[in-house]
Design a protein around this ligand. Structure first.
Ligand code: GUE
Length: 300
């Protein structure tokens, strides 16, 4: 069976064009969206992500500010910085890049971001919305992965889906998003006894583990859609490095119906979802303030 490659760059470009229009509308209404990114310490995966965020924000005409804090910063200092951004009306979105150093509590930091400015949907109140089937704004990588599955045209109602990986930011939200759309979802993880037994049943297979080559052809049902969320840097015998996913692309591509490449699959769509979330967040704030004070007036 020949596979179709799901091109994340094409999907991302279409989403970004739509976001750009919405940004123009928001600005005309007196609400310029501004996204603040918080990173702590130097993590190469984060640096790449933030660079792409900055570039995409530029394309969508969203203001972007990058805050980089030293790895030894105290929890209280970061909380104070987040509270400052919560209180600053010019800031409409805050994203805390993961991971943060071990001495910090990521949960407490995520919970400190005001839900109206939580453009990643990781505040407990935001992630709870997904459980209640409010699916407009959710964690970017999870939303991007589901978006790519939708590109196949497969109907989600009753679809057999297997998600490999149960992280808070990817696997769990994917499972909830798909359940909300009627899929039959199995979630596998490092304690699953026989991964292949599950993965071979899947009409759609999502993989977010961080293990290069984990999924090989005999673990995939012929014709399935395979969404590869892994980002792993591997060193080749000649000492050069390259980025690969969790799926053994060359073997799986031969039997899958659809497959996402790495790079060029989920990654670019993740960044486009963040920009869309930034607009949704700013729109919610605009609505919130207008419901209290009426429409913004020119010059104020
Ligand atoms: N709070 C939080 N949310 C995240 O979603 C999050 C995070 N922290 N920390 C870091 C990881 C990593 N991540 C990436 C997203 C897109 C690309 C991306 O755009 N990848 C391109 C790479 C293109 C290039 O090489 O420039 C691609 O796959 O084609 C990469 C990495 C999000 N993460």
């Amino acid at each position: 069976m020949s596979h179709a490659e799901l091109d994340g760059r094409v999907v991302a470009a279409a989403m970004l064009a739509e976001t750009r229009k919405q940004v123009a509308d928001l600005k005309a209404g007196g609400w310029a969206p501004k996204l603040c990114s918080i990173s702590v310490g130097d993590v190469s995966a984060v640096q790449l992500y933030v660079r792409n965020q900055k570039r995409n924000a530029g394309k969508a005409e969203i203001q972007f500010e990058e805050l980089l804090f030293p790895a030894d910063i105290h929890q209280e200092q970061l909380l104070a910085a987040i509270h400052g951004m919560n209180a600053d009306p010019r800031v409409t979105g805050i994203i805390l890049q993961r991971p943060v150093p071990n001495h910090l509590s990521i949960k407490q930091l995520q919970a400190a971001i005001h839900p109206l400015k939580d453009v990643e949907g990781m505040h407990p109140a935001s992630i709870g919305n997904i459980v209640y089937n409010e699916l407009e704004l959710g964690p970017c990588t999870a939303m991007a992965s589901v978006e790519l599955l939708k590109q196949t045209g497969l109907g989600l109602a009753g679809l057999e889906v297997v998600v490999v990986g149960h992280s808070e930011i990817v696997g769990k939200p994917i499972a909830f998003l798909l359940m909300a759309e009627g899929a039959t979802v199995t979630v596998c993880h490092h304690m699953t006894r026989n991964l292949a037994v599950h993965s071979r049943r899947a009409d759609a297979l999502f993989v977010a583990v961080g293990k290069p080559g984990l999924i090989t052809a005999e673990m995939v049902k012929p014709g399935a859609a395979v969404i590869d969320i892994g980002i792993n840097q591997v060193t080749l015998p000649d000492n050069s490095t390259r980025v690969v996913g969790d799926v053994d692309f060359d073997s799986v591509a031969k039997i899958a119906g659809w497959i996402t490449p790495v790079p060029g699959g989920v990654g670019p769509v993740t960044v486009a979802v963040l920009m869309r979330n930034a607009v949704i967040g700013a729109t919610r704030q605009k609505r919130h303030y207008e419901s209290l004070f009426g429409p913004a007036q020119a010059g104020i």
